[in-house]
Write a protein that binds this ligand. Structure first.
Ligand SMILES: [Mn+2]
Length: 240
């Protein structure tokens, strides 16, 4: 029995934001490669990528192929959802390229949500494939109850955080009550490039922040440890 799960989580990498590489090369790819190296140094059981790996659905072939290779080269399970910048479109990146064919990568692409499993770890991961970034879309809406068979239940969502008591007309709202009522042990969030810890009595959630944007505390990712018999740990790590 695994009495501890260690995970790393990032989002909002925005590969290909500098589509015309200059003499410095592609800084988004370089910074993501550095983030992967630093995340892997924690010897995590798995990795979560909570949307916007790409800056747009027009990312060039070279960048997409590079990303598929580097994700395949990580020897841990990875779970990923699209974000608003690389949302599910006919002709979009996740329609044109079969990321799900990568052995260690589990794509959560169903618009109404789907659950992927890692049986060896006893992990179930739920998330949705965003089709339209609109106020009606609820990234954490209708999350199913915790499956009986899992030891760890993880959720993923990409959208705009709405604190308790606030109203919003922003697209893809993630309400604090969605997190408070979540059946998941950990909810990996993306969209805000500045990291944010959202801890409740039952669930820990975090916006990991972007590993390629220095806004807020700097370029960041999240490191979390879940335990069967003690309180979870969550840390926002600054990439240096
Ligand atoms: Mn986004």
């Amino acid at each position: 029995m695994n009495n501890r799960l260690r995970l790393v989580h990032c989002s909002d990498i925005h590969l290909d934001a500098d589509a015309s590489p200059d003499a410095d090369g592609n800084q988004y790819c370089d910074r993501f490669a550095l983030a992967l190296e630093q995340m892997r140094a924690h010897d995590p059981d798995l990795m979560l990528i909570a949307g916007d790996l790409f800056d747009s659905n027009r990312a060039d072939d070279e960048t997409v192929m590079w990303s598929m290779e580097i994700l395949a080269a990580q020897d841990i399970p990875i779970f990923m959802i699209p974000g608003n910048h690389d949302c599910m479109l006919a002709g979009g990146i996740f329609a044109r390229y079969d990321f799900g064919a990568i052995d260690n990568l589990n794509m959560l692409l169903a618009p109404s949500g789907e659950t992927a499993w890692d049986e060896a770890l006893g992990v179930a991961v739920w998330g949705k494939g965003m089709e339209e970034h609109t106020p009606e879309y609820r990234p954490l809406g209708n999350c199913p109850a915790r499956p009986d068979e899992c030891l760890w239940y993880l959720g993923m969502g990409h959208g705009h955080f709405v604190p308790r008591g606030e109203d919003t007309d922003r697209s893809s709202p993630i309400l604090m009550s969605d997190i408070e009522n979540s059946p998941c042990d950990y909810v990996a969030l993306g969209h805000h490039h500045a990291a944010m810890e959202l801890v409740t009595d039952r669930t820990i959630a975090a916006y990991s922040g972007s590993p390629t944007d220095d806004i807020g505390r700097g370029a960041t990712y999240a490191l979390a440890e879940l335990f069967v018999d003690k309180e979870p740990m969550l840390e926002i790590k600054i990439i240096s």
